[in-house]
Design a protein around this ligand. Structure first.
Ligand code: PRP
Length: 217
């Protein structure tokens, strides 16, 4: 086991849950994870190298093979067709993609506007519904759009529902459930199959135990 496996980790809301899962699976993690701004961290004992990336960029690092594996939300996988393997549903950071807007408002018949961070998901959803919409791509704070008249609807992640509630918005329909996935670069998977499979097995085992209600420390 001489070769390092590199893992692209998503910074932000998935990060803590991903760390927790890795810890529960018995991985020794870099102590700097707790309070460092370093973007590359290694654990010699595990021969693991961690990259810290923006969630939307994890798939890019993995697709290009600079990270062998990564943790990415299903939302990102649905939004972008990338050549990566999806190895395991980590069942963390559960949320869903939904259409939302101001209450009791109809979409206009002519060119209704929908704002989202997910233009492709939005476009295929409304196409399937037989509705033609203009998509406005935003990068965050999507909930602002209907409040200030930029769009009639948004397509965004709902987790606790708090953001919608606090901004007086309601959900119109659910598009897809989202959890985080372990993904792999196809070439890395072939070249480092034994090491990557061992990581998958360790994580799968802990996910099963957690699902069966066993307490795992
Ligand atoms: C996400 C999402 C919603 C919010 C939903 O935003 O875009 O705004 O979380 O979570 P809730 O249902 O628990 O309120 P994020 O915090 O990732 O920031 P962003 O606005 O920059 O996308």
């Amino acid at each position: 086991m001489n070769e390092y496996v590199t893992i692209a980790m998503p910074k932000g809301r998935i990060f803590e849950e991903a760390l927790e899962l890795l810890r529960k699976a018995g991985f020794i993690l870099p102590p700097e994870f707790d309070d460092s701004r370093k973007l590359i961290l290694e654990v010699e004992e595990e021969k693991l190298r961690f990259f810290l990336a923006k969630p939307m960029d994890v798939v890019t690092y993995v697709e290009h093979g600079v990270a062998d594996i990564g943790i990415a939300g299903k939302d990102v996988m649905l939004e972008e067709e990338r050549v990566v393997y999806e190895l395991l549903d980590l069942k963390i950071s559960a949320c869903y993609l939904a259409v939302a807007g101001l209450p009791d408002t109809k979409m206009s018949d002519v060119a209704p506007k929908v704002a989202s961070k997910y233009p492709n998901i939005t476009s295929s959803y409304f196409r399937e519904q037989g509705e033609q919409v203009e998509i406005i791509k935003l990068n965050g704070s999507i909930e602002l759009a209907p409040m200030i008249g930029l769009a009639e609807r948004i397509v965004d992640i709902v987790s606790t529902g708090q953001t919608l509630k606090e901004n007086g918005l309601v959900e119109y329909s659910r598009i897809a459930n989202v959890t985080s996935r372990l993904i792999s670069n196809p070439v890395s998977f072939r070249l480092k199959e034994e090491r990557i499979s061992e990581i998958v097995d360790r994580l799968a085992a802990v996910i099963d135990r957690l699902e069966s209600g066993e307490s795992v420390f």
